[in-house]
Each structure stands twice: as structure tokens, then as C-alpha cells.
Design a protein around this ligand. Structure first.
Ligand SMILES: Cc1cc2nc3c(=O)[nH]c(=O)nc-3n(C[C@H](O)[C@H](O)[C@H](O)COP(=O)(O)OP(=O)(O)OC[C@H]3O[C@@H](n4cnc5c(N)ncnc54)[C@H](O)[C@@H]3O)c2cc1C
Length: 342
């Protein structure tokens, strides 16, 4: 088999960089080009919600490789140019500026993109945390505000809440799961983590769907869970999961691109679990649906459409501050269940 003359890697992060390094390690001598939507050389995301968010580290420290190591790859980096289309037959990728890059082989390593709540993009003060620039924007907001609400009781939400508490902010963590990280760690360990967060001053509102982000003059003012309570906030972080960043592959003819880009459809890809529902009460009448968490969840944990009947342990009861899930959110979950393909 002949070696391809050129390889175009779309996505210059951990996966794309490892691919290039492995190729060179195995003797590949052809042309290597990276294309990435972000303007930064490859960096590590795990510190974004920890050391970088807390201010302990500055951006240069999160770089995955030093300049000498990158130079040794003899690769071209085209940065700050999102890919918007792929022509598989031509092996051609078009960028947002209209530039066309070609490779004998095209590697798709575009990772994930965060799920959003409806309406959040129109409100200032609502953040997601996926990229370095997101982390810097959130860090700046944390230094200027006092009340943070984190929506999402998964790993990222829990990390952000914990980091924000070290900065002495008033932090509320709200999510649909009955404990923290329930999907990843189960109820017992999740409840222990919830207890730790509560001990450190994180206000927990668990087991509630977030119905609405509220705002005034274009700025977020708080979050309204299905329980009807109002959680005031100067800033909100939405950490409700992510989906593959494959929107740019729509129309390419790649079959899975269509499946994964249908994230907001009422019918989820098999094995996905809904992580939020809409419309929120403020936008009733608009097209409704479910946001689907893309990580498959074992059937035993699919509580969203089959709520567990097991009673919380004494420890769980002590550590959870929220009341039972409202009828409204339960009926929405039922609606989601009905739309699920057989
Ligand atoms: C805040 C945070 C904390 C984390 N903490 C941990 C942790 O503690 N432990 C752990 O194991 N994992 C952690 N992770 C997960 C880990 O960072 C990811 O698993 C890893 O980044 C995946 O690498 P990747 O290269 O597949 O995708 P990504 O890192 O998502 O990179 C994809 C790249 O593709 C680019 N891209 C996307 N769309 C386009 C487009 N259309 N055109 C061009 N470029 C595009 C993006 O800009 C990005 O640079 C964390 C992630 C985040 C966001």
C-alpha cells in the first residue's frame, strides 16, 4: 500500500495531535496540515475547569507541547478557521472564510461541542466551558460577580462549582440527577460527593429540571427550576453535556454525521439519554423537544424515562436539599419517552 502524500487533520487538540505524532513516529514523511476553529496551538482541556479557572495557572501552562516538539512534527497549522463542509470524494474541506484545504486523507478529530439551553445565547452572563477562551471568559466573570448558578450535576458542573467556591462565590448547583455524577458514579458515591459539596458551601438543587433562564435588559438574572423556586445569579454556567461537533459534516453524505447532528430532534440516537427538555415556560409554542446526552447510559441508569423507585438513603436525604421532582417535569419526561424509537 502506498503512503498518502498529504494528510489533513481537522481538529488540533488531543486526538488530532496524537494522530500526527503517531504518524511521524511510524515514519510517515508526507505533508501534515492541521485545521482548527480555535486560534490556539494544541492545549489541554482538563485544567480549564480547575487550575486555569481558579487562576492558579495562566494559559501558556496548558499547552500540550512546547514549540520545539511542534516544530519537530513539520506540520502546518491553520488556526482560527472553522471547517464548514467536507467533500469526501475530493477529500476537500472548506473553511468559514471560503478557503479549501485538501488532503489525500482527511482525519476528523473535531471532538465535542457543549449542549445549550434554549435562549441562552441571547443572554449575557451565560457561559459554557469547553475551550480556553470559554474558561478565560468565565474566570473573568467569576472575578467580577458574586452569585453563580451552575446548571448540570455532572463532572464538569461539579468541578466548576467546587472551583468557584474556592474563589468565595455564592454557588448553587442545579441539575436533574438526584445526586452529583449519578450517571458516572452511581447513587452512593454521588451522594457522598454531594455531601462534600454541601459541606463546602455549595447550595444544591438536585432532582429538578431547569425550566427557564431569566434575564433583564439582555443579561441573565437567574434560573428557574421546575420546582418553581427562583435561583438568582450574576452568571450562569450551563454544563448539561455535549455532543460530537459534527455539524460541519452535514451534507457531506457521511451517514453518522446526520445522526449526530440531529441532537435537538425529538428522536434521539439509540442509547442516548435526554439531559434537558424544552420549551421552557417562557417560549411555549416554539418547537419542543429534548436535548440528548450523547454518552450512552446503561439501561439500569436510564432514570429520565424510567425514574428509579428506590428511596434515598439517610445519607442522601441529608445531603440533598431539593424537594421531589415536579409533576410538570415528570410529564415532560413521559412525553420524551413516548417519542423514543422502538
Ligand atoms: C473543561 C474540561 C475539563 C475536562 N477535564 C477532564 C479531566 O479532568 N479528565 C479527563 O480525562 N478528561 C477531561 N476532559 C475531557 C478531555 O479534555 C477530552 O476528552 C479531550 O479534550 C478530547 O480530545 P479531542 O481531541 O477528541 O477533542 P477536543 O479536545 O474537543 O478537540 C476538538 C478540536 O476540534 C476543533 N473543532 C471543532 N469543530 C471544528 C470545526 N468545524 N472546524 C475546525 N476545528 C474544529 C476544536 O476547536 C478543538 O480544538 C475535560 C474537558 C473539558 C472541556
Amino acid at each position: 500500500m502506498t503512503s498518502p502524500g498529504s494528510i489533513l487533520i481537522v481538529g488540533a487538540s488531543a486526538a488530532g495531535l496524537s494522530t500526527a505524532e503517531a504518524l511521524r513516529r511510524h515514519g510517515y514523511q508526507g505533508r501534515l496540515t492541521f485545521l482548527d476553529a480555535e486560534p490556539h496551538l494544541p492545549y489541554d482541556r482538563p485544567p480549564l475547569s480547575k487550575q486555569l479557572l481558579s487562576g492558579a495557572w495562566e494559559p501558556p501552562r496548558v499547552q500540550l507541547r512546547g514549540q520545539a516538539q511542534l516544530d519537530a512534527l513539520h506540520a502546518e497549522f491553520v488556526l482560527g478557521e472553522p471547517a464548514v463542509a467536507l467533500d469526501p470524494a475530493e477529500r476537500a474541506v472548506t473553511t468559514v472564510s471560503g478557503r479549501v484545504l485538501r488532503g489525500d486523507v482527511v482525519v476528523i478529530a473535531t471532538g465535542l461541542t457543549p449542549l445549550r439551553l434554549p435562549g441562552q445565547d441571547h443572554l449575557e452572563g451565560v457561559h459554557v466551558l469547553r475551550a480556553l477562551d470559554d474558561a478565560l471568559a468565565l474566570r473573568h466573570a467569576l472575578s467580577a460577580g458574586t452569585r453563580l448558578v451552575v446548571v448540570g450535576e455532572g463532572v464538569l458542573g461539579a468541578e466548576i462549582a467546587a472551583t468557584a467556591r474556592t474563589l468565595n462565590l455564592e454557588v448553587t448547583l442545579a441539575g436533574m440527577g438526584g445526586t452529583l455524577l449519578n450517571d458516572q458514579l452511581g447513587q452512593v458515591i454521588g451522594a457522598m460527593l454531594a455531601e462534600k459539596h454541601a459541606e463546602r458551601g455549595v447550595r444544591l438543587r438536585l432532582g429538578v429540571a431547569i425550566e427557564e433562564l431569566t434575564g433583564a435588559a439582555g443579561r441573565v438574572t437567574g434560573v428557574r427550576p421546575a420546582s418553581g423556586e427562583f435561583l438568582p445569579a450574576d452568571m450562569v454556567v450551563v454544563a448539561i453535556g455535549s455532543r460530537p461537533a459534527t455539524g460541519w459534516l452535514e451534507g457531506s453524505g457521511l451517514p453518522w454525521a446526520t445522526v449526530w447532528s440531529a441532537t435537538r430532534d425529538a428522536v434521539p440516537p439509540r442509547g442516548c439519554t435526554p439531559s434537558a427538555t424544552w420549551p421552557p415556560s417562557s417560549t411555549k409554542g416554539s418547537a419542543g423537544g429534548c436535548v440528548w446526552r450523547t454518552a450512552p447510559t446503561p439501561p439500569s441508569r436510564r432514570r429520565w424515562w424510567r425514574p428509579t423507585s428506590s428511596a434515598p438513603t439517610a445519607r442522601t436525604r441529608r445531603s440533598l436539599t431539593s424537594g421531589p421532582t415536579s409533576t410538570t417535569s415528570r410529564s415532560r419526561r413521559t412525553a420524551c419517552r413516548r417519542r423514543r424509537p422502538r
